[in-house]
Design a protein around this ligand. Structure first.
Ligand SMILES: Cc1ncc(C[n+]2csc(CCOP(=O)(O)OP(=O)(O)O)c2C)c(N)n1
Ligand SMILES: CC(=O)[C@@H](O)[C@H](O)COP(=O)(O)O
Ligand SMILES: [Mg+2]
Length: 641
């Protein structure tokens, strides 16, 4: 079933004149709006999103899909007393616009502007922050239980996409709802897409619900009914949906087995139907799930044609949705390389947790589909699955963003490292994510991996070395390996025609020096190199190390350079707490070296969103700051002067 496009406000409703959106300062204004202006508001919200995000970038498709849903929710419920918990919260832009932030939508994802997800600190209407998938039902259930404890009678609504139902936490929450509360609304926003096409048995099940003729009949009757009766008899209407659903549908509807009364599927772009349905659902004294069918990208043709691209993107040309091509990214080089390796080695398999486009494993998927696995938004399962593959002599490459790999920490410890299984953990977006902000920065993986016995962890200084590292991982069967690599492109260093095996635990001495020892990890090597050039101009003898391995460290190399130096400086795109520099300090301490160590990296705080250059400058990840710190430790006259 696709929603009925003939009633798409963006296609049929002219933009209101005068504009309505500037008058919406709070949800009360949505409630007070005459009913016949609601669709005009929806059209205006869409138009604003399409134009504004063409400059800032952002999650366009998901938000175009929830315009009517967001309006209906604010029409019926009362935030901040009632709570809306949006899963991932990448679809929260419309909610932001309806809760007093419409005039700031052009600042979204910009430094000091609106965050691209929901932050509890941004508005009293944002009761829960997110960015990772699968958290909404559990968190909302906690809020409902707290409300019951306090004997209040507010409403809690969890809004989750179809792909969020592939997440373990969502299923764990479902298992727990019926015995926890009687007053709880789940909205399943089903557009058949994750970032890429949604996968798995649950996606198939939702699809079957949509396409089953009985459900279509219910949908048609519901729409017909609203058209004919309008607001006249909400109760009668709702009972009709309910009775029809009960009588006509599969006896074993998944949600009914979990103890939630199931309603739908209904057209999630039919505002009147949504409003009336919520009016009915809020009166129920049992947990309910409302299944709505929406279109990702509704109202903008380029987004409808390419839901994956328009899930989340940078600036685009509003006329045709075109984006600027960029230099090959680390992800692209990763996808290309692993696919090429796999063509020569049939034991190589690729595993993604719902991110074929982001990780560029879509290259593997297209060329070797039989050895490609997308397990859905299920990082824990993905890691366990990869461990199982490895027990059977396979060579799995598991590509997950660093921030999402946090989900699989226990699996990495208990199921991969403890069993010494050669799973290749490929941590994309290792380092600052930028526009997406704190939920997406990959700034913790050194900390959560470096204490795991036997785990090899590395980061390349450029793309050429990156491919050598991937090749080294492909050929290493003695235990788990991990690699972190940043978002976007690096220096542009061209990979060799034939990749080279690297010696495990061996760093690269780029130049030896006797005054200063600079150790620049991965993408931060460039900054160390630039610092070295400046210090050389001052007349200092500068050692420069590309460590390659975070674990095991090349202790021999690092100690031999460190012993000569008056000051050491480490560089990392990671928090300093329990990071790479911390591991160098430990190494030096264990070997009795007391030379001062300066560290360049992120502070012990959640770093805000914004362009990487701005954030780096604000937090001292600059050559200037490194020079200032190093010079402060050096005698005032250069040794050779
Ligand atoms: C734990 C985790 N893994 C992966 C992601 C990346 N991610 C963000 S949104 C998304 C798809 C969400 O699809 P769905 O829930 O159906 O919502 P839609 O965008 O279709 O509205 C994915 C995979 C994430 N945010 N969190
Ligand atoms: C919502 C989400 O988690 C993703 O859409 C994320 O915003 C993608 O970021 P990248 O652009 O780094 O793939
Ligand atoms: Mg979806």
């Amino acid at each position: 079933m696709t929603p009925d496009s003939s009633n798409s406000p963006a296609e049929t409703v002219p933009l209101p004149n005068p504009a309505i959106l500037p008058t919406i300062k709070s949800p009360a204004d949505v409630k007070n709006l005459p009913e016949d202006q609601l669709e005009g508001l929806a059209a205006e919200v869409r138009d604003t999103l399409i134009n504004s995000l063409s400059n800032t970038g952002g999650h366009l498709g998901p938000n175009l899909g929830v315009v009517e849903l967001s309006i209906a929710l604010h029409r019926v419920f009362n935030t901040p007393d009632d709570k809306f918990v949006f899963d991932v919260a990448h679809q929260g832009y419309v909610h932001k616009m309806l809760t007093g932030r419409a005039d700031k939508i052009d600042t979204i994802r910009q430094y000091k502007g609106l965050n691209g997800f929901l932050l509890r600190t941004e508005s009293e209407h944002d009761c829960y922050g997110a960015g990772h998938a699968g958290t909404a039902l559990s968190a909302a259930l906690g809020m409902a239980a707290a409300r019951d404890q306090k004997k209040e009678d507010t409403h809690v609504v969890a809004v989750a996409g179809d792909a969020a139902f592939t997440c373990g936490p969502t299923l764990e929450a479902l298992n727990n709802i019926a015995e926890t509360t009687k007053r709880f609304i789940v909205v399943l926003n089903d557009n058949e897409w994750s970032i890429d096409k949604n996968v798995g048995a649950i996606a198939k099940y939702f699809n079957a619900l949509q396409t089953h003729s009985a459900y279509s009949a219910v949908r048609d009757k519901a729409s017909e009914f609203v058209q004919k009766v309008g607001g006249e008899s909400v109760r009668k209407f709702a009972h009709k949906i309910e009775r029809s659903a009960k009588n006509l549908l599969f006896p074993n509807v998944l949600f009914e087995k979990f103890g939630l009364r199931y309603f739908g599927p209904i057209d999630g772009h039919n505002l009147e139907l949504l409003v009336q349905t919520f009016e009915y659902l809020k009166k129920q004294d049992e947990p309910v799930v409302l299944h709505i069918i929406t279109e990702k990208g509704r109202g903008y043709q380029p987004a409808l044609e390419k839901p994956g691209k328009f899930h989340g993107l940078g600036p685009y040309n509003v006329e045709d949705g075109a984006t600027e091509p960029g230099a090959p990214t680390y992800s692209e080089i990763f996808g290309r390389s692993v696919t090429d390796f796999a063509k020569k080695d049939e034991k190589i398999l690729a595993v993604t947790a719902a991110m074929p486009g982001g990780t560029k494993l879509d290259i593997f998927k297209n060329e070797i589909p039989e050895r490609y696995y997308d397990v859905g938004i299920a990082e824990e399962h993905a890691a366990l699955f990869a461990s199982g593959l490895a027990t059977q002599g396979m060579r799995p490459f598991l590509a997950i963003y660093s921030t999402f790999m946090q989900r699989a920490f226990d699996m990495i410890v208990h199921d991969i490292a403890l069993q010494n299984l050669p799973v290749r953990l490929c941590m994309d977006r290792g380092g600052l994510s930028g526009d997406d902000g704190p939920t997406h920065h990959g700034l913790f993986d050194i900390g959560y991996l470096r204490h795991i016995p036997g785990l090899i962890h590395m980061q390349a200084k450029d793309e050429e070395e990156f491919v050598d590292m991937l090749w080294t991982m492909a050929n290493y069967d003695d235990g788990p390996t991990a690699i972190r690599y940043p978002r976007g492109a690096g220096t542009g260093a061209k990979p060799k025609a034939e990749p080279q095996l690297l010696e495990i635990g061996k760093g690269e001495l780029v130049q030896s020096g006797s005054d200063v020892c600079l150790i620049g990890l991965g993408s931060m090597f460039e900054m160390a190199e630039a610092t070295a050039a400046e210090l050389k101009k001052d007349g200092w003898s500068v050692g420069l190390i590309n460590p390659r391995f975070i674990k095991p460290l090349d202790a021999e190399l690092i100690l031999s350079e460190a012993r000569k130096a008056k000051v050491i400086c480490t560089y990392e795109d990671h928090v300093l707490a329990n990071g790479f520099g911390a591991s160098i300090i430990e190494l030096l301490h264990e070997n009795g070296i007391t030379t001062p160590v300066e560290r360049i990296g992120w502070p012990d705080e959640f770093v805000e969103h914004g362009k990487p250059d701005i954030l780096r400058a604000n937090h001292g990840l600059t050559v200037e700051n490194a020079l200032a710190k190093i010079r402060a430790e050096l005698p005032s006259v250069a040794a050779s002067a």
